[in-house]
Design a protein. Sequence first.
Length: 209
Amino acid sequence: ECEENADDSNNTASSSTSASSDEDGAGDGDDGDGSDGDAAQTAAAVEEDQASRQQQQQQQQQQQRLSDPYKSTMWLGCEDGWLLVYYGTDNVRTTRPRQKVRQRAGITSLIHLDGRVYVSLASGEVVVYRRRTDGLWDFDKLHVMTVKEGKPIKRMIAAAGKIWCCAGKDMIIVSPVSESVDSSFPINQQQQQQQQQQSRRSVQSMTCS
């Protein structure tokens, strides 16, 4: 009888142990489900935050772009070929450019004539920018003129409905209507006979009065 009672006690203890183990396992399973749910919520919150930031960046970019055709603009040309466009009321030191366009060569001069902006390059080309039908500047469709191939255009000036360009020792007259070269002539042409042994002067600047 003592042996039977001992066996019964052992069986009871084993049953209690297995039951407690099952309860612990169930508890562990519940903890696992909770951690998975927290991870999913965290991932969803991160995705929502990223989407919100992207939307804010897009809105800021749209605000920074040229969106008002009635506001005056200021164009800056850089030696490395970057064309930077601001609103006339922007602070260049604290405001990013409203528009940035990379040119083929360094920019040497800028003028505005008849609703167009002419950009002269160190490669001897002139790039023409116009407005779109909605009044905004069109930076996708542009016209490129070869004024003096291989020679940088030092200066441009608008006079008598023409665009005068100086490239080294030559003066080139461009028609803004046909957007092509009308004529060209060397500097000091009348004194060439007297200066045969001297190099012709190179124009560095010019103005109209």
